[in-house]
Design a protein around this ligand. Structure first.
Ligand code: TNX
Length: 553
């Protein structure tokens, strides 16, 4: 509780440049190696930033930094090409190096009182070095308007040698249960990139809404993009329902999607689009009832939960999905396409004469095997287009010789970790998203004081404690663990502020799981860096929960 007051004091101290005793290097995620040095590099109006003439991407990164610094401090740092002779005594230098040890995303940041030297092999490395640099500056570097603290803009001397533990570092957002505008998606991506996440998983379709324009199927957004209620009712009738009778909906046009994809790319973030199949599909069925087994009519869901009407595995459905995915692939150039796969009840398939005939024909013993067949077909099609299919861990249920999902398919392990680890042993790449640790829609503090959330309790420390690689896992299996992802489901989150409140600071804990080596990761150390994270989030006008203090007795 004594720390609660630290925020304001810390803010003062941080600006005055003195006594940052708690976290002199408040970088989240924590770098792989950091050596303290004496002294500080002080920014002045004669500071120059030198970049090589041959690398336009580095100019973009440098410009972003210089603009941000200027906006927050009025400082003018000049960008110069390395070929010009440097006149200034305060120099920042971007130096591309060919050093395999750094990898594609690693960087070295060497700060002395006279120079800041940044080395990396790829633009992403320079980008991450700059994110670390931002985090060494006063949090006011994120102020949207110039602050009055401009005389003390400095960073502590140190040497950082940094690279990620995992190549996949993801944050997800469900825009179906509630819809969020492009401006918020961009802000979400800004925060993701600042914490060195490199993937944004965009959950675009579900029972409660279809959120992406598909030219060939306009009813997806005209009908499936809307529902009868703003708020989502409870799944269980016994729970209080919170209907308000207001029509609700929205979607992203293809132009908007392209814009977001470009924006993310400029922050070294790849977007994975998710088109849910065969379950969580009521919005599709409302628009195109012929894709169901029973013929409809169906309605876009107004409650949250799991619905028994799902896509029927007939040819119409496959051609529909291929058409949709063709448009989706044209918009998203990344390597991965997510086809969902979770929570597909088999009630409708059991009742369908068509499904029963198909199963006999294909020698499938049960409906789980039929889903496996469904997934395997999508997998073959997606792979033939040169992409990799991702599915939730249910895609590995229903093993059958007649329905093989290739090991090229990537598994997202959400129902705990066993499914993912099993898939990894079978040779699949996996992304760990175990709900008990990294589902950020769970309560993070005392239920009596927190806003309504999904019923589980996952406080910050619990999230932080997760390690995607269990101790005894053979190296050959470890290699299949691509990384980790936090998920933000939005049944209860109807505003951007609510999303942020649930995401932060837990997403920062996941960033550290994803980036920081197991040896460097430390909860007490992380908590020392939290007060500065909170100040940063304040300047970024981003909500977050302080419940960590309350929960840690
Ligand atoms: C399960 S996670 C779901 C989502 C819900 C979430 C609530 C997953 C693959 N499916 O549809 O939003 O639980 O936490």
């Amino acid at each position: 509780a004594a720390r609660m007051g630290w925020g304001w004091l810390g803010l003062l101290l941080a600006f005055s440049g003195f006594g940052q005793s708690e976290a002199v290097y408040p970088i989240i995620p924590k770098p792989a190696r950091l050596e303290n040095r004496a002294g500080r590099f002080v920014f002045t109006n004669t500071t120059v930033l030198q970049i090589p003439a041959t690398r336009p991407e580095l100019r973009t990164i440098a410009e972003h930094f210089v603009h941000q610094l200027h906006a927050a401090s009025d400082l003018t740092v000049r960008i110069q090409q390395t070929t010009e002779t440097a006149s200034a005594n305060q120099q920042i230098r971007f130096e591309p190096v060919a050093d395999a040890r750094l990898g594609d995303e690693g960087y070295r940041l060497d700060i002395s009182p006279a120079t800041i030297l940044i080395e990396a092999t790829q633009p992403a490395g320079f980008f991450y070095a700059v994110q670390s640099l931002y985090q060494l500056l006063p949090p006011a570097v994120f102020s949207p308007k110039s602050t009055s603290f401009s005389s003390n803009w400095s960073v502590p001397a140190c040497r950082i040698d940094d690279q990620p533990r995992f190549r996949y570092r993801g944050l997800h957002l469900d825009v179906t249960r509630h819809f969020f505008p492009v401006s918020f998606i961009k802000k979400y991506i800004d925060l993701l990139a600042l914490h060195k996440f490199n993937t944004f998983h965009w959950h675009l379709t579900d029972d409660q809404g279809w959120r992406i324009e598909i030219k060939k199927y306009p009813r997806l957004t005209q009908v499936g993009g809307w529902r009868k209620e703003t708020l989502i009712g409870h799944y269980y009738e016994s729970e209080p329902q919170q209907f308000d009778g207001q029509p609700y909906g929205g979607f992203y046009t293809q132009d908007e999607v392209r814009d977001v994809v470009q924006y993310a790319k400029s922050k070294y973030v790849t977007i994975i689009p998710e088109i849910e199949t065969p379950g969580h599909a009521l919005a599709i069925l409302a628009a195109y009832p012929e894709l169901g087994c029973a013929g409809g009519p169906y309605e876009t869901a107004t409650k949250w939960g799991i619905f028994s009407d799902i896509l029927c595995p007939h040819e119409k459905t496959f051609s529909f999905l291929q058409d949709v995915l063709t448009e989706v692939m044209a918009l998203f150039p990344g390597p991965y396409i997510h086809i969902g796969g979770d929570e597909a009840p088999k009630t409708a398939w059991k009742k369908s004469a068509f499904c029963q005939r198909l199963m006999k024909q294909l020698k499938l013993k049960n409906e789980n095997q039929l889903q496996r067949y469904f997934t395997a077909r999508l997998d073959r099609w997606v792979s033939a287009k040169g992409r990799r299919m991702i599915g939730w861990d249910e895609i590995m249920d229903g093993e059958s010789p007649a329905a093989r999902v290739s090991t090229g398919a990537v598994v997202m392990s959400w129902r705990g970790t066993a499914g993912g680890l099993k898939a990894a042993r079978q040779g699949h790449d996996v992304i760990m998203t175990p709900e008990n640790y990294v589902y950020l829609d769970h309560y993070q503090g005392d239920r009596a004081q927190e806003p309504l959330a999904f019923g589980r309790f996952t406080p910050l420390e619990e999230t932080y404690s997760y390690d995607p690689v269990p101790a005894d896992l053979p190296v050959s299996v470890q290699q299949h663990i691509l990384g980790v992802q936090a998920c933000v489901w939005t049944e209860y989150l109807k505003t951007p502020e609510q999303v942020e409140y649930m995401a932060w600071p837990r997403a920062a804990a996941v960033a550290e799981i994803a980036w920081t080596s197991a040896e460097q990761k430390s909860w007490p150390d992380f908590t020392q860096r939290l007060p500065v994270l909170f100040q940063r989030l304040d300047f970024l006008q981003t909500r977050y929960a302080r419940t960590y203090y309350a929960v840690k007795a």
